[in-house]
Design a protein around this ligand. Structure first.
Ligand SMILES: C[S@@+](CC[C@H](N)C(=O)[O-])C[C@H]1O[C@@H](n2cnc3c(N)ncnc32)[C@H](O)[C@@H]1O
Length: 207
């Protein structure tokens, strides 16, 4: 277990998945503009993606103050002109900090959140993406999904069970339900990309 003498938290999975996620982001994100990351967690992804995706501007966010401190600490260790301080955004809020601050958002990135939070968080994410994104703005999701109600691998079934054991409102989501929630908010499903570890990248455009 890696630990630091500062506020940085460490999530090993971010180092395993970031290269594969970056390949998709480079292809699907607009080439410029402000990218809002919802549920940034430790901040490891934010420092990696902001550096790799210049000149786009990266806006990390998380509702957890300990994680926002971690993001700041990672940012201090890896400063980048295009990486902004973390915003306090709970996806379920009806007005997000970027709206209050009138920051125009070209794309939203959300990694490994919707299965580790209640379904209302996914609905809030879709509502926010529907409100904020301009026409052709991108919503990118990453994580494990069920397809047609079925798990895609035994490891995902075991993960789902462990999530539900921790919190009965958590769990691996059915992709079709996520797509339906997105379509309710004016988002169009564009593609899913198979990723290592039985995860998917899922891409939507604002219609
Ligand atoms: C498993 S972590 C993933 C963090 C990071 N994206 C990663 O891949 O390492 C889930 C994240 O979702 C955030 N989260 C949970 N509920 C949320 C909500 N309602 N709105 C925004 N973020 C939320 C948590 O604070 C946490 O940072």
């Amino acid at each position: 277990m890696t630990s630091f003498n500062d506020a940085r938290q460490y999530a090993p999975a971010t180092e395993r998945n970031r290269k594969f996620i970056l390949e998709v982001l480079q292809r699907v994100l607009p080439t410029t503009g402000n990218i809002l990351e919802i549920g940034s967690g430790t901040g490891q992804h934010a420092v990696f993606f902001s550096t790799s995706l210049q000149p786009r501007q990266w806006f990390p966010s998380d509702p957890n103050p300990i994680l926002r401190e971690s993001i700041v600490a990672w940012q201090q260790q890896n400063p980048s002109d295009n990486l902004h301080p973390p915003l306090n955004i709970d996806a379920r809020e009806s007005v997000w900090a970027v709206e209050k601050e009138c920051i125009e958002i070209a794309a939203i990135v959300n990694i490994n959140m919707i299965h580790i939070s209640p379904w209302s968080t996914c609905l809030g994410l879709m509502a926010g993406a529907g409100r904020l994104l301009p026409q052709n703005g991108v919503l990118y999701l990453y994580g494990p999904y069920k397809l047609g109600g079925e798990h895609t691998a035994p490891s995902n079934l075991a993960f789902d069970e462990s999530l539900r054991f921790q919190n009965s409102e958590w769990g691996v989501r059915n992709l079709e339900n996520v797509v339906a929630a997105a379509e309710n908010e004016g988002l169009k499903f564009i593609e899913k990309v198979e990723m290592p570890g039985n995860n998917l990248s899922v891409v939507f455009y604002k219609d």
